[in-house]
Ligand binder design. Structure first.
Ligand code: ATP
Ligand code: MG
Length: 297
């Protein structure tokens, strides 16, 4: 992983006053957040709140109508996606973006190549440096597959892997660029409780290595368990921001997002967390796609 990560808690990615409209729809209006090294920042909010749109702006897929984005202090508001990737910003997508005909290993290597870039001419003539680079890329990709528990599936076409494995494969591929900031758009959506727990572990490990993680997630228990800060969006606006406990107890969040019943359950979950030190088992049996369903699962 990246050896040049800043100290834990250092601000790495900052979005300020982000706004965008699609036709007449104000999808985001004055939204901001700050992601710090070694911490998980969760972005939550009901369906259509603007979470994915925010990711699309920050990663350069959409051009913000207003606001600015700073990556490690540099203004990258207008930067294209490949520039941001090279600068240490990596992401996964809400819908699987796997090359199904390629093997698991090739999928991760494809991510890695983004960073290595030994050059077209060297590739064409298969110069020695390229072969060495390819071997290094292959080894690094294998290490990532091993990390996500897919080492024995390296040579299998990605299309024949089960869904939970594909979600882990995407995390491996996103990590192949040695990012300083990893943005995950619903990495556990559609996963069963065991798969969710595995992904939860991976995210915690990424953060523990000093990467700033920005996580869109509907599973409230996962959010409460692994995030340091939470940003709540509602209808394109910032509804609340703070620690998981602050957000959970925020009346606006309770009214607009969790629902009164859900907030009460979440509070009880937090009491259990404190008592046990960990509530990992609580992930079992929780629904994932409906935030309200999650909160009172
Ligand atoms: N390219 C686009 N063109 C037009 N409207 C868009 C576009 N992208 C997003 N929107 C609209 O912006 C709003 C926010 O969508 P977005 O996908 O960001 O929500 P979300 O919070 O990620 O929701 P979900 O939890 O369902 O994934 C929605 O009303 C959506 O229809
Ligand atoms: Mg989305």
């Amino acid at each position: 992983m990246n050896a040049a990560l800043p100290p834990r808690g250092a601000p790495l990615l900052r979005a300020e006053g982000i706004g965008i409209s699609f036709g007449g729809l104000r999808a985001l209006d004055g939204v901001g957040f700050e992601a710090r090294a070694g911490e998980v920042l969760a972005v939550i909010g009901p369906n259509g709140a603007g979470k994915t749109t925010l990711f699309n702006i920050v990663t350069g897929l959409y051009r913000a109508g207003s606001g600015r984005i700073l990556l490690d202090g540099a203004n990258v508001t207008e930067a294209p996606p490949h520039h941001l990737a090279a600068a240490g910003l990596s992401r996964t997508f809400q819908n699987l973006q796997v090359f199904f005909r390629m093997t698991a290993l090739e999928n991760v290597m494809a991510g890695r190549h983004l960073r290595e870039g030994s050059g077209l001419l060297a590739d064409l003539f298969r110069l020695p440096r390229t072969r060495r680079d390819n071997e290094a890329t292959r080894q690094a990709a294998m290490a990532l597959l091993d990390w996500v528990g897919l080492a024995d599936k390296a040579e299998i076409p990605a299309g024949s892997l089960p869904y939970g494995a594909l979600k882990r494969l995407e995390i491996a591929r996103a990590m192949a660029t040695d990012p300083r900031v990893l943005m995950l758009d619903e990495p556990a959506a559609g996963c069963n409780p065991v798969e969710t727990e595995e992904i939860d572990h991976l995210i915690a490990e990424v953060a523990a290595r000093g990467v700033a993680v920005v996580l869109i997630e509907h599973d409230m228990k996962l959010v409460m368990r692994i995030s340091r800060h939470v940003v709540v969006l509602n209808q394109g606006r910032l509804l609340a921001a703070g620690t998981p406990a602050e957000v959970r107890n925020n009346p606006a969040v309770i009214a607009a997002y969790l629902g009164t019943h859900g907030a009460a359950e979440a509070s009880r979950g937090s009491a259990r967390d404190n008592a046990r030190g960990s509530a990992r088992d609580d992930a079992r049996g929780s629904a994932r796609d409906d935030p309200r369903g999650d909160a009172h699962a």
